[in-house]
Design a protein around this ligand. Structure first.
Ligand SMILES: Cc1ncc(COP(=O)(O)O)c(C=O)c1O
Length: 396
């Protein structure tokens, strides 16, 4: 007979789904597609040799290190992270840092602690689909806040809070946002935090790209302006996503419960990898590494904008991020970037269509382009292909 598994799974399991819903198999019609979908560091800034050496040193341990580690993380790593936060004007002690398996685990732990089924999460429109995947698992409902070039629009945040039933937190990627690349402007930060405070709804700040500015310096995290912000950091974009190392910096009141949630989930993050990150970041290595990466990404962005200018159909607009990994392109008129994707894929280009970044399933004339994963020449060829394809499709 066999077990009838569908009768056994939880109600909640009906809300578990893939990070985004796209028929990728249908996009394989071209023999050599150029994918703008990546959101990872450029291969030359994935420091394999350096991590191999650091890892060897990280294994120089007593047998006791083979036991379970502290749930909140390896003390020297927490200290290193608090020093890095201080460089960006965030004053937190090592004891306030909790090591996580990437920012994604931070999102999961925060959701476990905050969300009852039906609670509202206030999200940016558009936002990171991997966060929605987590919030959905906890059966959240949503209200959307609109963005412009200065990030979250305060009036839209207030309207969303007014509409929301049982709002629990405001999920935001304030700096070099995924997917748009925009950053909350200095003038708006205070107002947004004041609104959050007045409505008694905290910000959850997800900040994977905040250290990847193109100019001389970047914006400090929102956490620098308020102790009530729950901050999520990660080494995924600054070192490598494979190491699964991130951190949470919660208000002290929440720390014990988040720690218990982490203990219940995985007891602790990998003790050796935590040691490896400490070894790898010794002696200011990460700052030097990031300085090189920032210069390279800035040059990539410059060439990318020039290629967009050269190839995109008339009336197309795009954001002009000053950091991060993404540009958000908006087509003229009422083009549907999801429908168009199936056609441009035949011409050898794959982007992420705007609609997958919205909670309300709205049609979108925008799409996300990443510019850090492939060699620049490929992206330039891809933008030429994309431009030609779109010009033909939009005029027919
Ligand atoms: C906004 C955002 N949050 C979280 C993550 C996941 O980060 P991590 O690899 O640290 O889990 C990503 C990865 O792309 C992201 O873009």
């Amino acid at each position: 007979m066999g077990i009838r598994w569908q009768e056994k799974v939880s109600d909640r399991s009906g809300s578990i789904h893939a990070s985004f819903n796209m028929p990728m198999g249908e996009l394989n019609s071209h023999p050599d597609p150029i994918r703008f979908t990546g959101g990872t560091p450029s291969p030359e800034f994935l420091p394999i040799e350096h991590l191999r050496d650091a890892n060897r040193r990280a294994w120089d341990v007593e047998h006791t290190v083979m036991y379970y580690g502290d749930t909140e993380g390896y003390p020297p790593l927490r200290k290193r992270i608090s020093q890095r936060m201080a460089q960006r004007n965030v004053d937190v002690s090592p004891e306030q840092i909790m090591v996580t398996n990437g920012a994604q685990q931070g999102l999961d732990l925060v959701s476990r602690v905050f969300l009852n089924p039906g609670d509202t999460v206030i999200v940016e429109a558009p936002t990171y689909f991997g966060a929605l995947q987590v919030f959905d698992m906890f059966q959240a409902t949503y209200e959307s806040v609109e963005l412009d070039d200065g990030g979250m629009i305060p009036e839209s945040l207030e309207a969303a809070l007014n509409r929301a039933e049982r709002p629990k937190f405001i999920y935001s990627i304030p700096t070099y946002q995924n997917p748009t690349g925009v950053t909350i402007s200095p003038e708006r930060r205070g107002r947004l935090l004041e609104i959050a405070d007045r409505y008694n709804v905290p910000f959850v700040e997800d900040d994977p790209y905040g250290e990847l500015w193109f100019g001389d310096s970047g914006a400090p995290p929102l956490r620098a302006d308020s102790d009530d912000v729950i901050y999520l950091g990660t080494f995924s974009k600054t070192i490598a996503p494979a190491i699964r190392m991130g951190w949470l910096c919660p208000p002290p009141e929440l720390q014990p419960i988040l720690q218990h949630a982490k203990e219940a989930t995985d007891i602790s993050s990998d003790r050796i990898v935590q040691r490896m990150v400490v070894q790898a970041t010794d002696g200011g290595w990460l700052d030097e590494h990031l300085n090189e990466a920032r210069k390279d990404y800035a040059e990539r962005a410059r060439r990318f904008f020039a290629a967009l200018e050269e190839h995109m159909p008339e009336g197309t607009t795009w954001t002009s991020p000053d950091g991060g990994f993404f540009v958000w392109v908006t087509l003229p008129g009422d083009a549907d970037s999801f429908e168009l994707l199936f056609e441009v894929a035949k011409d050898g280009v794959i982007y992420l269509p705007g609609s997958i970044f919205y909670v309300d399933g709205r049609k979108s004339s925008s799409f996300r382009l990443g510019f850090t994963t492939l060699p620049m020449k490929r992206y330039e060829e891809g933008l030429a292909r994309l431009g030609a394809s779109l010009k033909r499709l939009l005029s027919s």
